[in-house]
Ligand binder design. Sequence first.
Ligand SMILES: [Zn+2]
Length: 103
Amino acid sequence: MENKENTPKPAETAAPRPQGAPMGGPRRPPGGRRFAPRRKVCRLCAEHIDLVDYKQAQIVRNFTTDTGKILSRRITGACAKHQRQIMRAVKINRNLSLMSYNG
Ligand SMILES: [Zn+2]
C-alpha cells in the first residue's frame, strides 16, 4: 500500500529560552585572532634530530633572533625536549663565541 501523501508534521513550537542562558552564543575575547590557528610541529622532531648539537650552529641559529636571543617555544613551536637542548646549545655557543650575547 503506497501513500504518496506526506503528512505534514506539526511544527514544533520554539521552546522558551531557559533562564540564565547567555544571549547570542559564546562570546569571543576582544582583540580577535588575526591568524588562522596553525598546527605547530616541532621542526627538530619532524626532522628526527634526537640531539641538538651545539656544533651544528646553523640549526641552533634557526631558533634565535638576529640579535642572538633565543626564540620562545610559542614562536618556534619546538617541543619541551628540544627547547631545552636549544637553550643549552645556544648558551654553549655563546660561551665559545660562536654566537653573540647581545643585540
Ligand atoms: Zn622536538
